[in-house]
Design a protein around this ligand. Structure first.
Ligand code: ZN
Length: 186
């Protein structure tokens, strides 16, 4: 296992549509190593999710984990570490919610993003078995953010009002405690 460098905005790999993995590929050692590296990198960077293109591999793999005792995300429910291969999102409730998002690949910025409030994700697990999960609220935003990476989309593309982009310092100074807006650092 190894911590890998995280690609940042401007790197063309982040803008590619990642390719799906075959069942044989999912079960092979290379993918296990990639996933282990992604998890180690996510922990090292203190993120709550990471997608394979962010570590330079343009394949459809994403990892999400919201720690049980996360002080950084005190208002969120924990979500145990899960690996999503070839995920597909279906919107279950298109009612919009807005969170301030951040991204390991877009350093030192936050932006307000509107997304549907409830989604289902159909995917393969690391045993190449089909699985699905429903997420709402904050977790729905996390899922959509991470899976966007597999389509070459960054959250910054979805910021509707570019006046709601801020450096982390100015986000904390001017926006963090605004009523009616929710926050999802990284
Ligand atoms: Zn991201």
């Amino acid at each position: 296992m190894a911590v890998r460098p995280v690609l940042t905005i401007g790197n063309p790999v982040l803008r590619q549509v990642a390719r799906e993995l075959t069942r044989e590929e999912i079960l092979c050692a290379d993918v296990k190593t990639l996933v282990a590296d992604m998890i180690e990198t996510m922990h090292h960077e203190e993120g709550i999710g990471i997608a394979a293109p962010q570590v330079g591999e343009s394949v459809q793999v994403a990892v999400i984990e919201v720690a049980v005792d996360s002080e950084r995300y005190p208002d969120t429910n924990p979500f145990e570490l899960a690996v999503f291969v070839n995920p597909r999102i279906t919107v279950l409730d298109a009612t919009e919610q807005a969170y301030w998002e951040g991204c390991l690949s877009v350093p030192d910025l936050r932006g307000l993003v509107h997304r549907p409030r409830m989604v289902r994700v159909d995917y393969l697990n690391l045993d190449a078995e089909p699985a699905s999960i429903v997420a709402d609220g904050f977790l729905a935003t996390v899922f959509q953010h991470e899976l966007d990476h597999l389509d070459g989309v960054l959250y910054i593309d979805r910021v509707r009002d570019t006046r709601k982009i801020a450096t982390v310092d100015d986000y904390v100074r001017f926006w963090l405690n605004k009523p009616g807006e929710q926050h999802m650092p990284d």
